[in-house]
Design a protein around this ligand. Structure first.
Ligand code: HEC
Length: 126
């Protein structure tokens, strides 16, 4: 069985999804260079970010959208200095303030982690 198949199989079993995420996070450079390209059972963090998060956070994480300005979204280049990855995962899971919803009903913990990793990677891209 290839590593990729193994990961997909493992991730599809609810109980081991976190374990798989942990193993992948522990693998050197996994997800660091191309976080969005790391598919998790068909889940692509970049695509999902563009669909679900970019209306407010903008495609480049700058928050420069109509909704982002209205809701006072900060640029990720600033917020990475303020929040650790764990704190951001907490916010994306549970929500914060009036406009940032929690996404725990839509995504697994591993998917939220991948989304936050992708979001944080945008901090260095402009
Ligand atoms: C309706 C607008 C909206 C959408 C859609 C949205 N966010 Fe947010 N998000 C916000 C706002 C506003 C804040 C700032 C909340 C605060 O600090 O009070 C925020 C904050 C955050 C933070 C904390 C760090 C930061 O930069 O402020 C993370 C992480 C985050 N959002 C991730 C996501 C992810 C991942 C998605 C998509 C799954 C998403 N958001 C979708 C509005 C949104």
């Amino acid at each position: 069985m290839s590593l990729r198949n193994w990961v997909v199989t493992a991730a599809s079993a609810a109980g081991t999804a976190l374990l798989a995420a942990g193993l992948m996070a522990g693998a050197p450079a996994a997800g660091r260079t191309l976080p969005g390209a790391r598919a998790q059972g068909g889940f692509n963090a970049r695509d999902v970010f563009l669909n679900k998060c970019a209306t407010c956070h903008a495609r480049d994480g700058s928050g420069h959208t109509v909704k982002g300005h209205k809701d006072k979204v900060q640029p990720v280049a600033q917020t990475v200095k303020k929040y650790s990855e764990a704190q951001m995962i907490q916010i994306a899971t549970k929500g914060k303030g009036a406009y940032m919803n929690g996404f725990s009903d839509q995504f697994t913990p591993a998917q939220i982690k991948a989304l936050v990793e992708y979001y944080r990677s945008l901090a260095t891209q402009h």
